[in-house]
Design a protein around this ligand. Sequence first.
Ligand SMILES: [Mg+2]
Length: 229
Amino acid sequence: MRYSYCLFDLDGTLFDYDKAESAAIQKTFQDHNVKYSDSYLLEYRSINKQIWLDYESGLITQDELKTERFRRLLEATGEVADPGKFGVAYLKNLSQERALLPGVIPIIELLSENSIKMYLITNGLKDVQRERLAGSGIKKYFIDVFISEEIGAAKPDKRIFDESFRRMGFPEKAEVLLIGDSLSSDIAGGCSYEIDTCWFNPNCINNNSDFKPKYTIKDIAELQKILNL
Ligand SMILES: [Mg+2]
């Protein structure tokens, strides 16, 4: 079996999202001369997780969440600042964070040398993702980038896969491999779309979900073997 198309998730698979988020939050507090404590990052992560669930349930729009998550964070930490300005500054700071995870460049180069057609499929905000990608040095290897905010549907929703496949020129599903770190968005989406999935699981988390990836890898370099390169 040889895959000729690789559909990559971006954050947590190629980009070091934890590092990016942490740096951007800290810088946003500094920009506004508001005291920062390490516990604020954990608080933010918990608020942000809940607010994306609220968004997925239709309780809040994507535009509203940009400010609302900082209104909640400032309230929880007792710091005083304008949440709207925090929201704007945070996205600007996040868009400047482009750290890649270890081993990404060599494997992407290897796939490119072997004419594997590579695409990105990401749940995220278009301005942030496009800006980060532009400065990352890996954009040139990808034929197209599918961003949930632009498409109007997020993984695991079938509609983002339909639109991605249309823009890829309707490849055979058997030729496509999806690589991602999230069971609930990447692996769930790929399984229900009936394409093979590769779960990037560097921290060796147990899979207690209903979604079973075809492959599980700890190191991105393992793709070489899966693709028979
Ligand atoms: Mg991810």
